[in-house]
Design a protein around this ligand. Sequence first.
Ligand SMILES: Cc1ncc(COP(=O)(O)O)c(C=O)c1O
Length: 454
Amino acid sequence: MDYSTLENRLSVLASELESEYLKRTQKSKELFEKSKKLTPGGVTYSIRYFRPHPIYVSRAEGTRVWDVDGNEYVDYWMGHGTHILGHAPKFVLDAVVEAMKSGTHLGYENPYAVEYSELLTKVVPGLDMVRFANSGTEANMYTLRLARAFTKRKYVIKVEGGWHGGYDALHTSVSPPFTGPESAGLPEEYLRYTLSAPYNDTEAVEELLKKYPVAAIIVEPVLGAGGCIAPVGNYLKDLRELTYRYGSLLIFDEVITGFRLAPGGGQEYFGVRADLVVMGKIVGGGFPGAGAFGGRAEIMELLDHLKIHDPRSRAFHGGTFVGNPISMVAGYSLVKYLAENKSLYEAANNMWEEFRRSVDKVCEEYGRICWSTGTGTMTGIHFTKLRPRNTREVYELRWSKQVEYVYHLYSRLSGVLYISEKLIHLLPSLIHSRKEVELFTDVFGRFLARLFKT
Ligand SMILES: Cc1ncc(COP(=O)(O)O)c(C=O)c1O
């Protein structure tokens, strides 16, 4: 079937599904109508918006979430990839409730932060020292500043499609055309020292390294929001080698990959050591305020006020809530469990590898209109003409303007939930069952069958 016929069919299918969705999600619709008057776009974060209205989730447990209309969904998004052991694991909740009895935010140095720092330095490769932050965005901001302070250079190379949060210097080259500010209100001048290269392209990186004094290359070991795309060949090792050669630092943004691909994240999984590592999401044990960064001692010592007395010669880091006991205890409990139960990773990574093969098989049956990508549990599905190797290809090789949306709607109606309706990238937990993995494949196959039905 040709692409234009498929596009027509998708339009018909969309209107059929939309009327079914309206029937099933009346209360969500009401909340959306109310919310639109209270907050821009009716949502707390635009990526959580679904057409024609988002679902409003009121409860979560394990791998499931329930919306206000009582619909149950298997969640393949898990709090933006935070809940690696499912929503609200009891042992983490118990530990936090116990700690909270002694205060929620102490505002002073506390033993929990010391213990958690020690644990992180044991679990994350090359982490001589660590500091905590309130989000992945914040952790990236401080890390980049530290890299610039250490190298005394200004330029940073990021990857096209790489998402590091909304911090000015890294808020560019996320989506097509991969140039200029990604937001209104962000002056071009703030991006003067930010360069970008396609993922999986070391030649482009070397060209930039030759031309500019680069403080650091920042990269997600596996591209996350850019489509869950795996490094090809020796990409990460080559970046490591190039940074050594040109005197730049290598920063791994492990906000998604950290504690996900392996307890020690992408560094452990791929056997490549970064100079600095950025953590978020899972590091907070499922609680808000999740962020940390760390790495080689000689770099981290630039934050040390005992060694460097002049504040202007140090790199600044801080924040009211950093190192609060809730984040520390939750993160500690979760990461300790992960480090002690490594076998979970092998099983989950293999299962999702198998999942990607099943998706590819289904795609082959339907004339190769789609492809899977990813590593470990991180999985992308792309309705493209070829398997994309970077985010530029994710967009350039697309054959439809609406298939991602229509599939998302179909999934929602089939009890399958993820973000986003623009780009399918799944961040499931390590406790998703084989049945839940098969449910996704099954729903995916049924969608294509319905689309191709004559
Ligand atoms: C790789 C990566 N880095 C940084 C961030 C930003 O983290 P946060 O949303 O906690 O600020 C994200 C968020 O999705 C991310 O995926």
